[in-house]
Design a binder for this molecule. Structure first.
Ligand code: HEM
Length: 456
């Protein structure tokens, strides 16, 4: 019934060019098969853009959607001027994240929550986690030589331990960490599952795991409020804002539900993305020896300028220009979030097409990142593209506008620290050649990128 409902084409969409494919499934099969290919959804989009232009309709994953691309469309959709669009989560995502999640807020409520969340994620706010991240990267890499390393799995463990510690001071090992990890895995896999909430389904299991995670948070919040424990972490800064006796205004207070929904939101939004980005950086560096050599020079110079025995410092992290360009180029080519989903909140017009309130719109970011007018020879890995500032809305690795990623500084910090220790100590080579991509919301190598590592 759900799929029938999703497939039904409103008459108003007749004016939008495109093909809705087969009844019910629409173009889902060709979308998924192209998604898993090395070019990802790029070839799906390109074929249709050549046939229909920059705006076309399709029916994929149970949703009748208008796909759009180009910097002009990005500007209109991402700045979301006059509240013309809102974020368009899947039903399962909405159920798991809870109604007060940042991803479900719009307008003033969204602005206010962002302000509260952005503060501890600012460059200054992150300084106190640097040492933990640095030590964890060294410990993780100590275990790499002499065995097959599945980079994606290692990156996943590393980024989850970082965010668990940052948010609620979770120790990197022990029973609590194991419980947290097990629950998070179930939540994460339920996020884009089928919208069926009965015992045995992925969504049902996701909601149960979410409830167990919230019980863990309730216990920690209770202890903090009763001063049974005190830590300087993200949770503490939000609890302080929640206290009735703070000097902050009413606007700066969060309810317990808001607190838990948004901690989960940061975990979900920040984990797979950073894991995928770190995996792609390591893969692309190996495939592009000239870029790896130049990047290694940057890090060897930093290491060489240190006194004997001292480790990476906070100020060194803030001075890695070439590595920052490598991260940007990785996010451009891999485009780990290939499209940004929105829902029209009003009727509006874009590229001559009339969009009606309630329609699903996907901004195709892959084509923006492969526009030869902005990125000549777009499939070539070339970090020097970022030597000069780019045209607005041509690079959207972290999005843009009011919903731009608030975790950008944390993600970059984790990758910079990890890459520094990796290239200063090791060389690595892949154990198999497979460029296919996992068909999940966040693009990552399907084979988890197995490598073998040797000391330099
Ligand atoms: C390399 C890693 C990351 C990438 C590539 C990335 C990318 C993005 C992008 C493209 C968006 C905008 C999506 C849209 O407009 O529809 C976004 C939003 C978001 N990101 Fe990230 N992200 C990363 C890491 C993180 C981390 C570490 C966190 C949290 C700790 C985080 C939290 C969020 C949240 C909460 C939003 C939603 C913001 C809002 O709706 O106002 N992200 N991210």
């Amino acid at each position: 019934f759900f799929l029938m409902h999703a497939w039904r084409s409103p008459m108003a969409m007749d004016a939008i060019p495109g093909n809705l494919g087969w009844p019910i499934v629409g173009e889902t099969f060709s979308f998924l098969s192209e998604f898993s290919s090395p070019c990802g959804v790029y070839s799906f989009m390109k074929k249709r853009q050549q046939r229909y232009g920059k705006v076309f309709k399709s029916s994929v994953l149970g949703r009748l959607t208008v796909f759009m691309t180009g910097r002009e469309a990005a500007k209109i959709l991402l700045t979301g001027k006059d509240g013309i669009v809102s974020l368009n989560l899947f039903y399962a995502g909405k159920q798991v994240l809870g109604p007060t999640s940042l991803l479900q807020q719009t307008g003033e409520a969204h602005k206010r929550l962002r302000r509260l969340i952005a503060e501890p994620l600012s460059v200054d706010g992150l300084k106190k986690y640097f040492q933990f991240i640095n030590n964890l990267a060294i410990e993780t890499l100590d275990q790499w030589p002499g065995r097959t390393v599945l980079v994606h799995e290692e990156a996943s463990t590393f980024t989850l331990k970082v965010i668990g510690n940052m948010i609620m001071s979770l120790e990197p090992t022990g029973e609590e960490q194991e419980k947290f990890r097990a629950n998070f895995k179930v939540i994460s896999s339920s996020f884009a599952s089928l919208p069926i909430k009965i015992p045995g389904t992925t969504l049902y299991r996701g909601i149960k795991a979410r409830d167990r995670m919230y019980d863990m948070l309730d216990t920690t919040i209770f202890k903090r409020r009763n001063r049974e424990s005190f830590r300087q972490d993200f949770l503490e800064s939000l609890i302080k804002k929640h206290c009735k006796d703070t000097s902050e205004g009413e606007d700066d207070k969060l309810t317990d539900t808001q607190l838990k929904d948004n901690i989960l939101t940061l975990l979900v939004a920040g984990h797979d993305t950073t894991t995928a980005a770190l995996t792609w950086v390591i893969k692309f560096l190996e495939e592009n020896p000239a870029a790896l050599e130049r990047l290694r020079e940057e890090h060897m110079e930093i290491q060489g300028s240190r006194k004997n025995g001292s480790s990476l410092t906070w100020s060194e992290i803030n001075n890695m220009p070439y590595t920052t360009k490598v991260i940007n180029e990785t996010l451009r080519i891999a485009t780990i979030l290939p499209w940004f989903s929105r829902k029209a909140a009003l009727d509006f017009e874009i590229d001559g097409c009339k969009i009606k309130k309630g329609w699903s719109i996907n901004l195709d970011v892959v084509s923006i990142h492969h526009d030869p007018a902005v990125f000549p020879d777009p499939l070539k890995f070339d970090p020097s593209r970022f030597d000069e500032p780019l045209k607005p809305f041509s690079f959207l690795g972290f999005g843009s506008g009011p919903r731009m990623c608030p975790g950008i500084n944390l993600a970059k910090l984790e990758i910079l620290v990890f890459i520094h220790h990796l290239v200063c100590r090791y060389k690595w080579s892949p154990l198999e050649k497979d460029d296919s991509v996992q068909p999940t919301v966040v693009r990552m190598p399907r084979n988890k990128y197995p490598i073998i590592v040797k000391p330099l």
